[in-house]
Design a protein around this ligand. Structure first.
Ligand code: NAD
Ligand code: GLY
Length: 351
């Protein structure tokens, strides 16, 4: 049983890991009106168990499965459902699923009647180590990933590593990309730990998974507590994401998983960092080894040239005063937001 607290003053909230859902805070469990948002893959597995947590029977809405449904159309569909059901402002919205359901439900929670309470029950590894924590919510636009959204913190995050038993292996690997990300951006010893425990992680040993997930949640909670709305440090959590979001959008949402695209993005960030003399070739090889040991891709998709990345990277949310900004690695375990990467440098390194 593990616990992490996201410290945000009156909006602080707990992340409970492996409490068998019994840790649901009483004020949430007693809510009169509860709406659970899930999808047709996750609902048959866990909806009944989550229903049983509440004193008053929840209603639910299912959104089709996949990144392509993290869309304005799905956002509108949920809002229409809430209005048709006559749902009031004291509702509790529950996100039951991976990052797609979490991001979508969170954005609805931020918008419905100007904001209602929301609970995250993340069921994929990626959502347990990253997306359910910190309050970033969004939907995609065909012209850019996560381009429409809001900051909306949940009231609680409940994580059960039991749910990972039903997660497809490819999705588990995608989640490991975000785990490796934490090590690369802020904790070199964690990188060693991941490599030393790779077998146990791949075998999904519950204690090791809980330890790993807690470490990631703690790192994210600390950063979010210091910089909730990404005025500075939080941008470091986007290591690999500027390249990765371009891959996801160019390849068509859902064809490359978010974590897979981020893995390649982190390799590109490491390569660019080495070009600047910050990382050694040995460091770059270590990044590659860490990603590949969790079955993640490290090479840019064959069909993509660096010119294909540029339109997406120029509309990335980190762009400031028209200047692209990238998270690079001055050393393994340290990250820095860099504003002086030019198109010429990108072409030189990746052209
Ligand atoms: P996802 O939500 O699409 O889930 C992956 C797949 O696994 C889906 O098919 C889902 O139905 C299935 N699934 C989930 N839990 C399962 C379980 N226990 N058993 C069986 N199947 C299960 O994708 P994801 O990787 O969880 O999340 C990716 C999304 O998260 C992206 O949209 C990304 O942009 C977003 N994200 C957001 C943040 C943030 O801070 N808000 C951070 C990182 C990523
Ligand atoms: N996943 C990046 C962030 O939450 O800031």
């Amino acid at each position: 049983m593990q616990k992490v607290e996201v410290q945000l003053g009156q909006r602080s909230y707990p992340i409970d890991i492996n409490t068998g859902f019994s840790s649901l805070v009483a004020s949430l469990a007693d809510t009169r009106q509860v709406v659970i948002v899930s999808n047709p893959t996750v609902a048959p597995l866990y909806l009944a168990k989550v229903n049983a947590l509440f004193s008053h029977s929840p209603v639910h809405i299912l959104i089709e499965d996949g990144e392509a449904f993290k869309s304005l159309a799905s956002f509108e569909k949920i809002l229409s459902f809430l209005l048709q059901q006559g749902v009031s402002r004291d509702v509790l919205l529950v996100a039951l699923g991976g990052g797609v359901i979490g991001d979508l439900t969170g954005f609805v929670a931020a918008s419905y009647q100007r904001g209602v309470r929301f609970l995250q029950i993340p069921t994929s590894l990626l959502s347990q180590v990253d997306s359910s924590v910190g309050g970033k919510t969004a939907v995609n636009h065909p012209l850019g990933k996560n381009m429409i959204g809001a900051f909306k913190q949940p009231e609680q995050v409940i994580i059960s590593t039991e749910t990972l038993k039903t997660l497809p292996q490819r999705e588990f690997a995608a989640g490991m990309a975000e785990v490796v990300k934490y090590a690369l951006l802020g904790d070199n010893r964690f990188l060693d730990w991941l490599l030393q425990h790779s077998e146990q992680i791949l075998q999904q040993q519950p204690d090791i998974l809980a330890q790993m997930i807690k470490h990631c949640c703690q790192m994210k909670a600390d950063i979010v507590s210091r910089d909730e709305t990404e005025q500075g440090e939080r941008a470091l959590l986007n290591l690999g994401h500027t390249f990765g979001h371009a891959i996801e959008a160019f390849m068509g949402y859902g064809n490359w998983l978010h974590g897979e695209a981020v893995a390649v993005g982190m390799m590109m960030a490491a390569t660019l960092s080495a070009h600047r003399g910050w990382l050694s070739q040995h460091d770059v090889a270590l990044v590659s080894r860490a990603l590949q040991c969790f079955s993640l891709p490290v090479a840019v998709p064959d069909s993509m040239q660096i010119a294909d990345f540029l339109p997406y990277m120029k509309t990335d949310k980190k762009v400031k005063n028209g200047q692209m900004r990238f998270v690079l690695l001055p050393a393994l375990g340290q990250a820095r937001l860099v504003a002086d990467v030019t198109e010429a440098e990108l072409v030189q390194v990746f052209g």
